[in-house]
Design a protein around this ligand. Structure first.
Ligand SMILES: [Zn+2]
Length: 404
């Protein structure tokens, strides 16, 4: 699950001025695009991003802002536009077109993690624009002192300011990705009679709900699309070569190496996720649905269109190779045993189709990510996987009866 740690930072007056300068320029760029969009301009995030060079010619001061921060402005606006279209489609009364960002509020600066490799002890270096082949720097890189230790692996860092003028770095990190260096003998105090019910899925590896109504989301391995693309590319290159030729053999080796790397990454991710559930969460009983009941593979139709064929292939590949849910369940079984938890596998028939509030059933094709109950008296709106997890939880509790 993605978590965020907000840490107060100390910066010199000069560095504070640099932050103010960069946020002002980022906001200016953002607002300029909002203005254009209000004027009816079509939004295409990558076309817009390409126009950044022109903007720099118009406002040469933009070059003193770190480039990645400017790029994030486009992605931020893209998210806002996406949310707007989603609300529009859902027929909401106020679809909420992206707004101008007011000048008195700090425009949050988002640094992707890979450009923040300079953390030493409690200082972090936040880069600024220009320098090197880009010409002289007007503002030196910012050196910020963190008041706490940041998480080990993080994805991005957002710099913000509160109303009192304090600056903060917010580290976004995935709990599953953190190194888990717990003492094997030290066990977290388990809450007696506590239960977590987990729905296992394709989009989200695991969605859990516990007896206190708290939800957990474990994302799982994200990179398989990228790996599959690489693998397909390598294979098609190889298949064009003469068999047993030197190039053929070399590409075969590369293929093997890349697919091994993919498998390792995925296994690692499953290990960490199962460890998280089995060891780090405080619930004593873990309940999951029985996977064997699921119709996950799409059968081949007789006259399928190209699109259907592609979809079937993608999906089946995902289930057979990439998903790894079966090995995930095995790991979970093993780890629950090891850490003294009880694992229950119960029937999960219709847990996706059924409304967790009123028990009404409706079809839920895979693309529907949100459960919207058709029952007028209920009209529950809930994340699809969360709804399913609640159903699994309720089914398990009902089976046990009120007193175990
Ligand atoms: Zn309902």
């Amino acid at each position: 699950m993605l978590l965020c740690k907000k840490i107060k930072i100390e910066v010199s007056n000069q560095d504070a001025a640099t932050l103010e300068f960069m946020q002002g320029k980022c906001r200016g760029l953002y607002n300029w695009w909002v203005m254009k969009l209000r004027g009816g301009e079509r939004w295409k995030v990558y076309d817009a991003k390409k126009s950044l060079q022109e903007s720099k010619q118009y406002d040469p001061e933009l070059q003193y802002v770190y480039g990645k921060l400017l790029h994030e402005v486009f992605f931020r606006l893209d998210k806002a536009m996406e949310a707007f279209f989603r609300r529009l489609q859902a027929g909401e009364k106020i679809p909420g077109f992206p707004r101008f960002k007011p000048w008195h509020q700090f425009f949050t600066l988002c640094y992707p993690a890979m450009y923040l490799d300079k953390i030493k002890g409690n200082t972090i270096v936040l880069p600024t624009g220009a320098g090197g082949k880009w010409g002289p720097k007007r503002y030196p890189n910012i050196v910020a002192r963190l008041s706490e230790m940041p998480p080990k692996h993080f994805r991005e860092v957002a710099v913000s300011r509160d109303a009192r003028g304090n600056y903060y770095c917010s580290f976004v990190y995935d709990e599953v990705e953190q190194d888990i260096e717990v003492d094997e003998h030290e066990t977290r105090p388990l809450r007696e009679e506590s239960i977590i019910a987990v729905d296992l899925g394709i989009k989200t590896l695991a969605t859990g709900v516990n007896d206190q109504g708290r939800f957990y989301h474990i994302g799982g391995f994200k990179g398989y699309r990228w790996y599959n693309k690489q693998l397909d590319k390598i294979r098609s290159k190889r298949d064009k070569c003469k068999k047993k030729s030197r190039r053929y053999i070399r590409l075969s080796k590369v293929y093997k190496r890349v697919s091994e790397r993919k498998r390792n990454k995925q296994q690692d991710c499953l290990h960490k996720a199962s460890h998280l559930i089995a060891h780090r969460l405080a619930e004593r009983a873990v309940v999951i649905g029985d996977l064997s009941q699921r119709q996950m593979v799409i059968p081949k139709k007789e006259h399928e269109t190209r699109k259907e064929q592609n979809k079937r292939r993608m999906r089946n590949r995902m289930v057979y190779n990439d998903w790894g849910l079966y090995s995930f369940v095995q790991m979970l079984e093993y780890k629950c045993l090891r850490f003294g938890k009880e694992l229950y596998i119960i029937s999960e028939r219709d847990t996706t189709r059924m409304c967790s509030a009123c028990k009404h059933e409706q079809n839920m094709p895979l693309w529907k990510r949100t459960y919207r109950c058709e029952n007028e008296n209920c009209s529950l709106v809930m994340d699809r996987d969360e709804n399913s997890a609640v159903n699994i939880y309720q089914r398990f509790v009902a089976r046990l009866g009120p007193h175990r």
